[in-house]
Design a protein around this ligand. Structure first.
Ligand code: PDD
Length: 279
């Protein structure tokens, strides 16, 4: 299927012909949720985990899942291309009501949108990236993969404006996650990541890394991480479905350890590359 073909409400059509109403609640209120799902060689990675998280996001905003798993797979199927790495962007909003009103409308069809793009290799993956710590200004329901991303956008842009690739967010003195990623640190050989307690998005890549660590006897823990711990970390990573694991080599203008991607990053990245092939 052409790169420019998208799926909107039951129809595959060219991107430029995909139109929604200006009364769509996604447009007016950011009233919707989304998923980002990687595809390797035509195989959708951790599809059940992504669809479960989508279901959880929908439940949290009290929107019924418009499709069964089989229906979602049927929607995805025509986009799959075994010759490349791709990702699905899936968005569901509460649809277009007849007028703008904060209250949920009755009898409205949700808007379902799917597009598939190529994953472009992220150059910072090999060399590592700079990051900056910023105050986590987001709301308290960060486990919902909500399309309402204004705070995340402002935080990522602030990082970019400071010459950094990502913002590492701090809430009341503790690390939460990145503007569009989860965070891992290594201290004394132990891989640590903040708890999944509503202050973070439960990242699928995060879960895969924890699973790989356990399977390969790499000590790891989900725990509260104080901001000061970042200074004593020998490695810091940010993780997501589209960029996988990215080593942070400089934080707030200071090198992380020797300022080079660490040994555990290299080991975990190799494990992840293998996992992409086999699962
Ligand atoms: N974002 N935390 C936040 C706030 C995110 O936006 C993301 C990913 C993650 C990592 O989740 P996962 O490993 O499931 O991709 C954590 C996607 C890629 C995005 O918004 O484009």
């Amino acid at each position: 299927m052409s790169d420019q073909t998208v799926y909107l409400n039951g129809v595959y059509l060219p991107l430029q012909d995909a139109k929604i109403s200006v009364l769509d609640r996604g447009f007016l209120f950011g009233d919707g949720v989304y998923e980002v799902i990687p595809v390797y060689s035509g195989h959708i990675f951790r599809i059940n985990e992504h669809l479960t998280r989508l279901d959880n996001s929908l439940k949290a905003i009290r929107l019924e899942n418009p499709h069964t798993t089989a229906e979602w797979l049927a929607i995805f199927e025509p986009f799959l291309d075994s010759s490349k790495e791709q990702y699905f962007y899936v968005q569901i909003t509460r649809g277009a009501a007849s007028k703008r009103d904060h209250a949920f409308p009755e009898q409205v069809q949700p808007t379902v949108f799917v597009m598939c793009s190529d994953i472009k290799p992220f150059e910072g993956k090999v060399s590592g990236v700079k990051a900056v710590t910023l105050d986590d200004t987001r709301w308290e329901l960060c486990q919902i993969k909500a399309i309402t991303l204004l705070a995340n956008i402002l935080l990522r842009q602030e990082a970019l404006d400071q010459g950094c690739a990502e913002a590492i967010l701090i809430k009341q003195g503790y690390v939460t996650e990145g503007a569009a990623s989860n965070v891992f640190i290594v201290i004394d050989g132990v891989l640590m990541t903040p708890l999944n307690n509503g202050a973070i998005l439960p990242g699928i890549t995060r879960d895969v890394i924890l699973e790989l660590a356990k399977r390969n006897n790499i000590p790891c823990s989900e725990q509260v991480i104080a901001m000061e711990a970042l200074e004593s970390a020998s490695e810091i990573w940010v993780t997501s479905s589209t960029r996988e694991i990215i080593p942070v080599i400089e934080l707030d203008g200071k090198p992380v350890a020797d300022g080079k991607p660490g040994a555990l990053f290299k080991q975990m990245d190799a494990l992840l590359q293998n996992e992409k092939k086999i699962s």
